[in-house]
Write a protein of this length. Structure first.
Length: 289
């Protein structure tokens, strides 16, 4: 089944430009005149995958068509071929463009399999499945999806102890709050605050969050500058990891385009926006058929 999904061809590539006067990036500070790109990939099975990036910051002139020409490389590619193309052209495209496409491709794969994004990311990254135990022994930690937690079915090392942490209910989710036991080494310390864009790509941020949680660290994840599929993905990951979700901080945060879908098991990023709304709210549009 997975091979069939990887062999599906991408039949439509759409890029929407959204302009935001200013936003807050934890590593770069306040950013002005921001142009966001939302990438939507559609395969021949009708499934979609979404990506998000900051295309430009504080540039007076921006040409979306010229910026987006690299997307022609993905035309009629299968999912597997497109992933190979990203790896091959990353240096030429630059990390922003490569990360944008990579996120959309992971999302497309996750939705095709009906899995949360972090489950698919784990299979590509060498992590064990997020629905199974990631380690063994006294430092073991079980990462669970929001759906698994709904039916009840990871401080720095110092001394051996078991720490009980409350898995918090994320806004928009229908599952109940549950107490879970997270056996870890060391005393429980204050939450580690994580901001998007501080480890490289958002996927790097996600991997970092998962590794910290496997070590038993309590997490708080900030929205900051995210507005679209990346925002939903970051929030969903916070719910999966039992992290605090922090939105509307003291610094300027742009309004999000869509709330996280309110369902127990989210496929992919959990982002979905109808085409008419996209056209109405976006500044410019680019398509590859």
């Amino acid at each position: 089944m997975e091979k069939e999904e990887m062999d599906r061809r991408i039949i439509r590539i759409e890029l929407f430009e959204f302009d935001v006067p200013c936003c807050y990036h934890h590593a770069k500070g306040k950013l002005e005149n921001c142009r966001y790109g939302l990438l939507k990939l559609t395969d021949e099975g009708g499934e979609t995958g979404w990506g998000e990036c900051l295309m430009s910051v504080n540039e007076k002139v921006f040409d979306l068509v010229n910026w987006a020409r690299f997307l022609y490389r993905l035309q009629k590619s299968t999912l597997a071929q497109a992933l190979d193309t990203v790896r091959l052209y990353r240096v030429l495209w630059g990390n922003v463009k490569a990360d944008l496409v990579e996120m959309a491709l992971y999302d497309l794969k996750a939705r095709s399999q009906g899995k949360p994004f972090v489950d698919v990311l784990g299979s590509f990254s060498g992590f064990s499945s997020f629905g199974s135990a990631g380690r063994s022994g006294n430092s073991s930690f079980r990462l669970e999806t929001a759906a698994a937690r709904s039916d009840g079915s990871g401080t720095w090392p110092d001394t051996e102890s078991h720490v009980s942490s409350r898995v918090r209910q994320a806004a928009g989710f229908g599952h109940a709050v549950a107490d879970r036991e997270f056996p870890v080494s060391g005393r429980f310390q204050a939450e580690r605050e994580l901001h998007p864009g501080c480890c490289g790509s958002l996927l790097d941020d996600l991997r970092n969050a998962c590794m910290l949680r496997q070590e038993g660290m309590a997490l708080a994840m900030h929205k900051d500058y995210l507005i679209g599929p990346a925002c939903c993905l970051w929030e969903h990951t916070a719910a999966v990891l039992g992290a605090n979700w922090l939105e509307e901080g003291s610094s300027p945060e742009p309004a999000r385009l869509a709330p996280l879908q309110a369902c127990e098991r989210i496929a992919g990023t959990g982002f979905q926006l109808d085409q008419p709304v996209l056209f109405e709210e976006s500044r410019a549009y680019f398509v590859v058929l």
